[in-house]
Design a protein around this ligand. Sequence first.
Ligand code: ADP
Length: 326
Amino acid sequence: MSGIRPTGILHLGSYFGALQNYVKLQHEYNCYFMVADLHSLTTHPDTQMLRQSVLHVVSEYLACGLDPEKATLYCQSAVFETSELYFYLNTLAYKGELEKTTTFKDKARAQPQNINAALLTYPVLQAADILLHRAKYVPVGKDQEQHLEMARNFAARFNHRYGEIFPEPIAFNFGQELVKVPSLDGAGKMSKSENQNATIYLSDSDELIRKKIKKAKTDEGPKVPDTPMPDYIENIFQLLKLTGALELYDKFKADYNTCMIRYGDMKKELAEEMIRFIAPIREKAEAIRNDEGYLRDILEAGAAKAGKSAQATMELVRKAVGVKYF
Ligand code: ADP
């Protein structure tokens, strides 16, 4: 189980941190992937663009290879049981631990005029999303590690107090380290809502990709063989590796280690690799977006399937909590 907020257009971080694994997992597991529209209200309360953003994310899910016949694709707000489970889990979450969460502190700093209660309890809603399907594996990027630890704690507390209902979910990346896709300016990660010039979006045009990569931060290159790489240079190498251009990666790494590196050439190659990767996804997503009926059918069928799974879990939860009197 996993999801992405409809707070903007998906990017290479969403792809390599999350979507790539969704696509692989759908062949091996019973999967639920949703668009986290309720979560987006904690930071983006204006809902005027929400519908369009939700459809955008779903079209990108499909363009990246998610198959609605294999995985259940739905919108978080369409499964009402999420909010019910969120309430029960809220009774097991403590103000102190929520206030210490890194994402809460970052977001509270970013929007001091709107530190709403749902922003504070964001990890609880996320735990509800996961536990609603009694999911074990949660494909997410590295930035979500702390939230998953909290979801495990809430599950364990529930089980301890009311009886074993939930497996303890783990952040999943096929046994590999979780991924963090860096931004092109060397500061932080690629993101939907911040760092827009330093983030490569799955809908960026070829020209825009070339322009953004050309501007990526570099320097004059090393003067001494085998100098350790500064972060921002390591980031560019990591991006080359992620797009699968291993020969190019090895070549430029050797150039770096022998002080022969020409970052201009490396960035040109990187841009072309990215375009080869992104252009087909962009075109497919555009075509899918033009077929609203198709998107509606997928979301309706997905909500019905997710609803069934949620209702089964909530039967168990209500009984375990003791609020099912007859
Ligand atoms: P954003 O930070 O862009 O608003 P979300 O919070 O909706 O994205 O995250 C959606 C998924 O994408 C999560 O699993 C998150 O871990 C992953 N993700 C987002 N940005 C990155 C990144 N730069 N590197 C790796 N994974 C990322």
